[in-house]
Design a protein around this ligand. Structure first.
Ligand code: NZQ
Ligand code: ZN
Length: 429
């Protein structure tokens, strides 16, 4: 059996390996009229990895009806959802219809950036009713919240918040499945969960192989009702997930590079179509599959990973309430500018292959690459500066202090500490 292990986020604590002395090789870059000879630093080989992804994906129109076969009829199922979008777009009815022979319970009200305080109420209900299967129906927040509930229901060593705050081990979890209605996080096909605590304004994550969904149903039709803001958030989140695993340094992984470029290029191509026609099934389907592929571990195999944009973004959400993707659209361009020299080769490669910018100089191409990314975000109508949300530099110290307190050294070289976070935030103003 093939195995996959996702490095997502845990890479913050795992040294990814430093580049070996630069070896100069020539590479032929081509444009329609001339050939460009390039000196590229080939820094080392692909890192070792273990790959295991056990999620069964059911993709396409009408697939929610398959639920009846996916969960044993003897199960007591707790259906978890958010603020009610599934009741307005017919997804709820489809789920209830499919589970009409099952014993079901419901828990609603899981909010965006799900709160620990809310999730603990679901833990209580689940334990009281002795449910043995959890079904998340919604976006990433519902999926993440359900993963936490699955782990917390089986946690007996104290406060389940310790799983997030102290990295307490998840020894057991209630099995779960997912009906996804918002393509963005990749939560439907990974073992990650991000949970916030209202009382302390913290936003933390955990990762466990025990909380992979057993299955995820992805019906693009469920996404027709997404508000523009959430459609855009999903595109940006997916884009940045790829960026975190691609804009690092070269470890000679042409396959993973091209897989990443394929996702980025597809997102760029499909976004205007879906914004123009929200009921365009073909575009919705392509964007949905891109979002899943962006964070199901595949493109991250054996490559250096960054994740600094996400870590800084989580603090901005926790303190200032911006949507997850809104923070990413601001922080990513700043980090790319701040670390342009160390990321130059990948930035230039991206400009050449995706935007067909062939200037013959990595320096210029890397600059254009960042400009094009910012322009892409702006074309979606998402802000790329903190000042557009009226967040000023007086808030930066607290963001940087929080990351420092957690001992975080961010980026693929673990060289982004407090001082660097402050400088990156200045670039985001
Ligand atoms: O609550 P309801 O009423 O369902 O409305 C939701 C919510 O208000 C709405 N929505 C979802 N599907 C809809 C819909 N509205 C109409 N039609 C539909 N089909 O959209 C709003 C936002 O939903 P949410 O689940 O919060 O969005 P998203 O999927 O972007 O999830 C964001 C959360 O995921 C975390 C983020 O930090 C954030 O907490 N992430 C999880 C990751 C993971 N598990 O791997 C990785 C990500 O980087 C991210 O950190
Ligand atoms: Zn994200």
């Amino acid at each position: 059996m093939v195995t996959i292990e996702i490095l997502f986020y845990s890479c913050l604590y795992v040294r990814q390996g430093f580049p070996s002395p630069a070896e100069k090789i020539t590479q032929n870059g081509e444009s329609s009229s001339f050939s460009v000879f390039r000196y590229t630093e080939r820094q080392s080989n692909m890192f070792n990895f273990t790959y295991h992804n056990p999620v069964k994906v059911l993709f396409g129109k009408g697939m929610i009806s398959e639920l009846s076969h996916l969960i044993p009829k003897t199960s007591k199922v707790l259906i978890l959802y958010g603020g009610g979008s599934i009741k307005k777009n017919g997804v709820y009815e489809q789920v209830i219809q499919a589970l009409k022979e099952h014993k079901i319970f419901e828990f609603s009200g899981i909010e965006p950036n799900p709160y620990y305080e809310t999730l603990m109420k679901a833990v209580e209900l689940g334990k009281k009713e002795q449910v043995d299967f959890l079904l998340a129906v919604g976006g990433g927040s519902v999926a993440d919240g359900t993963k936490f509930i699955a782990a917390a229901m089986e946690y007996s060593l104290g406060d389940p918040w310790d799983i997030l705050a102290k990295g307490a081990a998840v020894g057991k979890a209630v099995p779960l499945g997912c009906v996804l209605t918002l393509p963005a996080t990749g939560s439907e096909m990974n073992g990650n969960s991000v949970v916030s605590k209202k009382s302390t304004q913290e936003k933390l994550f955990f990762n466990s192989p025990l909380v992979y969904p057993q299955f995820s149903i992805l019906d693009p039709e469920t996404t027709f009702t997404l508000p523009v803001r959430q459609t855009v958030n999903g595109i940006v989140d997916s884009f940045v997930h790829v960026a975190e695993q691609y804009f690092t340094y070269n470890v000679n992984t042409p396959l993973q590079d091209r897989q990443s470029e394929a996702i980025l290029e597809t997102l760029i191509e499909e976004s205007p179509k879906v914004l123009k026609n929200p009921q365009d099934y073909a575009s919705r389907a392509n964007i949905m599959w891109c979002a899943t592929q962006a964070l199901n571990g595949l493109i991250g195999c054996g490559v250096a990973q960054d994740w600094a944009t996400h870590m800084i973004g989580h603090e901005i959400t926790a303190l200032h309430g911006l949507d997850h993707a809104q923070t990413l659209a601001i922080v990513l361009p700043s980090i790319l500018k701040y670390q342009r020299t160390s990321k130059k080769q990948k930035l230039a490669q991206f400009a050449q292959r995706v935007f067909h910018v062939l200037l013959g100089q990595e320096e210029e191409e890397s600059i254009q690459s960042i400009q094009k990314i910012e322009e892409f975000f702006q074309s979606l109508g998402i802000a790329t500066k903190l000042s557009q949300y009226k967040i000023g530099s007086e808030n930066f110290e607290e963001i940087a202090n929080r990351l420092e307190k957690r001992g975080m050294k961010l980026g693929e070289h673990q060289n982004i500490c407090k001082k660097e976070v402050l400088e990156i935030l200045q670039l985001s103003l």
